[in-house]
Design a protein around this ligand. Structure first.
Ligand code: PLP
Length: 456
């Protein structure tokens, strides 16, 4: 290895992509349409209009290959984009592998993850359409922080329903959201029907993402000038994240390299899609053999143990039915530290591509994931988000397999965020107090037995 090999491949802000990539134009497999939760019929724009900006609804069903990024959105992206592409050379040396390991680092965004890539776009379009406030839910606070920042930039109010147990146990993300001017309420709250009815039954309810979604949606439906915002899963969200992969394509070329395998962690699937979809387009257009690996926790194994079926997007059954890999909408995940990977379903586009054999899926328990994170921290100096550490685990295993095979594999993974707000998790790991969870097979069967009976 020569010192001439670049370690940090940066581009100027003139190189921020001018368009998002819409994979719907190139989908090699069908993605079945979302259905109305009440009627079981395909939903139309009018069903979504109370919740989302018209332009976002248009993007959700668009088939144009590229959708221009509005200048005011690119202007905000300039605060941290293009993000660096890094060669993990010290990690390669520690593993003594012939593989080359690259990662795209999204932790340089102001709130420390990839999530502002879509939050900024969503805030912009809602502002354009005269909306005054966005509501959303947040668990540990990654998404809430991103949307709070985006609303602040475009002069929108932001109301975040934060799962009560996180609100109490993880105050720092709340403080960050409030610093951007957002209003953060612990959910269940007394502000909505949904919250009041939960509290009537259980005044000490710790809350859940499902309840927080119901509260945020209820407030948006009730008022004309209020919309709701979602941070993953939907087609338009995945599309906004493709700035990651478009930049990485150029940066890999600058490094004179091309990945044999592209890796990302998956909760709802947005950061993985953001990096992978542009490389998948190249594979389809040029007949390449690039592999794609989506990494999930064994405690929430929707792709590796779930069923590909129509299910509700939320816990209460208010959200549309979508065909996806699901553990069942009643699924209650164990309290693992990768909070962002605890969703029962998966983005429909990713599910269809896994089903079609274009994307592989693997699952890891917490301890090997944190071991990978610890090694990465010591070699590269970045303490990764527990979610992102799943991708690191898979990248390390690919590098070790390359070593066994004596093969010069090129690996690219997405480091979706840093872990500076997750030090409690690292504390548990360092004290040997982390538990591994394998979601039990019979629980999966139980949850899948109550899937709604619709469609194919
Ligand atoms: C939210 C989050 C994830 C998981 O969400 P996806 O939509 O699957 O990307 C992964 N990494 C980080 C750092 C997150 O904040």
């Amino acid at each position: 290895m020569s010192t001439a090999d670049p370690i940090r491949i940066v581009m100027s802000d003139k190189e921020i992509p001018e368009a998002w990539y819409n994979i719907a134009a190139d989908m090699p497999v069908p993605v079945p349409p979302p259905l109305h939760p009440g009627t079981g019929k395909p939903i139309g724009p009018q069903d979504l209009a109370p919740l989302f900006a018209m332009e976002l609804i248009r993007q959700e069903v668009a088939t144009d290959r590229f959708i221009p990024i509005p200048e005011p959105v690119r202007e905000v992206y300039r605060l941290w984009r293009p993000t660096p592409l890094m060669r993990a050379r010290r990690l390669e040396q520690a593993l003594d592998t012939p593989a080359r390991i690259y990662y795209k680092y999204e932790g340089v965004s102001p709130v420390g993850s990839h999530k502002p890539n879509t939050a900024v776009a969503q805030a912009y379009y809602n502002r354009q359409e005269g909306i005054r406030r966005l509501t959303t839910e947040t668990g540990a606070g990654q998404w809430g922080s991103a949307l709070s920042m985006a609303c602040n930039f475009f002069g929108l109010e932001c109301k975040v329903y934060m799962v009560k147990v996180s609100y109490q146990q993880k105050p720092y993300r709340r403080v960050l959201m409030e610093s951007f001017g957002a209003t953060v309420v612990p959910s269940p709250s007394l502000e909505t029907e949904a919250g009041r009815s939960v509290l009537a039954g259980d005044p000490d309810s710790p809350g859940s993402l499902g309840i927080a979604i119901s509260e945020a949606v209820e407030e948006a439906v009730r008022r004309e000038d209020v919309h709701y915002s979602l941070g993953s899963v939907l087609n338009h969200v995945l599309m906004h994240q493709t700035v990651i992969g478009e930049e990485a394509l150029k940066q890999m070329a600058l490094a004179d390299a091309y990945p044999d395998v592209v890796i990302g962690c998956v909760g709802g699937g947005s950061n993985f899609a953001g990096l992978a979809f542009p490389f998948l387009r190249e594979r389809l257009q040029k007949g390449l053999k690039t592999r794609f690996v989506a990494v999930e926790p064994t405690a929430c194994p929707s792709l590796t143990k779930g069923l590909y079926a129509y299910d509700y997007g939320d816990t209460v059954g208010m959200a549309p039915l979508v065909k996806m890999h699901t553990l069942g909408h009643t699924f209650v995940p164990a309290g693992i530290h990768a909070g962002g990977l605890r969703y029962h379903g998966m983005a429909p586009q990713i599910s269809a591509l896994v089903k079609g054999g274009y994307i592989e899926a693997v699952a890891y328990p917490q301890n090997p994931v944190f071991e990978a994170a610890a090694l990465f921290t010591r070699q590269e100096g970045i303490l990764p988000a527990p979610e992102s550490a799943h991708a690191i685990r898979a990248a390390i295993d690919e590098a070790l397999k390359a070593k066994e095979a004596g093969e010069a594999r090129t690996i690219l993974f997405n480091l979706s965020g840093h872990g500076h707000f997750d030090l409690g998790a690292y504390d548990s790991y360092l004290r040997g107090q982390l538990q591994d969870y394998e979601y039990p097979e019979d629980k999966v069967r139980e949850a899948l037995a109550v899937l709604p009976k619709v469609g194919g």
